[in-house]
Ligand binder design. Structure first.
Ligand code: CO8
Length: 255
């Protein structure tokens, strides 16, 4: 598959997607969202890929937001469609993937860019990264899930401060608030994200897929029941046989 605005690199059991619109600081226009959606669908079905990394091209920006030029003349109906379509075809899709998506935030993650990182299961950032939801400076609010995911990740108080003030926070502050897990130098960011991806890729994909589903339900009343049902379901799946047998036979599992 040929893409114009993203590149895909496969290495063993991982795939790295790089958003590549440096002239617009990797802003998400409709085509980029569609390409990401298509690439992720294919990767979700591909059992050879166990972990996906998502990053931006260059050393300045992960994603500087939704493409402001593209939606500048939209009316309410068009804006609703844009937000709904984006949430359904990309942001919620990432969260619901059956394999982990790690965001390697290599610079600005603003507006839709931070929303994209927040839809991923794990976030690492480079020390020059700046993260924020500046939509109110445009007379808007986040439209790709930012009001919901930021509040869940850092709590309502800090989310409100970030959204109302539109201020960007540093990578270190993002780690302090739990918005990103770890901060590395620009050079170390991708290698460290890949190191984590290799550790994850050696574990049971069936277990991880069920864990994603259960953790995604952690802020609903259905979470505990989902965990029980996933736990039970795994007892009749091949990975549990292999994992438990490997432990009993004192060897490494081969999933
Ligand atoms: N959209 C389109 N183009 C952009 C964007 C963007 N979000 N961000 C940067 N660019 C373009 C600039 O226009 C510029 O292009 P050109 O050279 O043709 O003028 C190029 O990228 C380089 O940018 P700058 O010259 O501005 O670079 P600086 O280093 O001076 O500044 C900043 C970097 C601070 C990141 C600055 O570019 C900036 O403030 N960008 C906009 C950030 C922003 O407001 N993001 C939020 C956008 S709104 C949003 O994401 C809503 C999400 C929900 C949508 C729901 C459906 C609608």
């Amino acid at each position: 598959m040929n893409y114009e605005n993203i590149t895909v690199l496969r290495e063993e059991k991982m795939a790295t997607i790089t958003i590549n619109r440096p002239q617009a600081l990797n802003a998400l226009n409709g085509q980029t969202i569609a390409e990401l959606s298509t690439a992720l669908d294919a990767m979700n079905e591909d059992d050879g890929i166990r972990v996906i990394l998502l990053t931006g091209s260059g050393e300045k920006s992960f994603v500087a937001g939704a493409d402001i030029k593209e939606f500048s003349n939209f009316n309410a109906k068009e804006a609703e469609q844009l937000a709904r379509n984006g949430q359904n075809t990309l942001f919620n899709k990432i969260e619901d993937m059956n394999k982990p998506v790690i965001a390697a935030v290599n610079g600005f993650a603003l507006g839709g860019g931070l929303e994209l990182a927040m839809a991923c299961h794990i976030r690492y950032a480079s020390s020059n990264a700046k993260l924020g939801l500046p939509e109110v400076t445009l007379g808007l609010i986040p439209g790709y899930g930012g009001t919901q995911r930021l509040a869940k990740l850092v709590g309502k108080g800090i989310a409100n401060e970030m959204i109302f003030s539109a201020k960007m926070i540093s990578a270190d502050r993002a780690r302090e608030t739990g918005l990103v897990n770890e901060v590395f130098s620009q050079e170390e960011l991708l290698p460290k994200a890949k190191e984590l991806a290799s550790v994850i890729a050696a574990n049971s994909p069936m277990g991880i897929s069920e864990a994603i589903r259960a953790v995604n339900l952690s802020d609903t009343d259905a979470g505990y029941e989902a965990e029980i049902m996933s736990f039970a379901k795994l007892f009749e799946m091949a990975d549990k046989q292999e994992g438990v047998n490997a432990f009993l036979e004192k060897r490494k599992p081969n999933f």
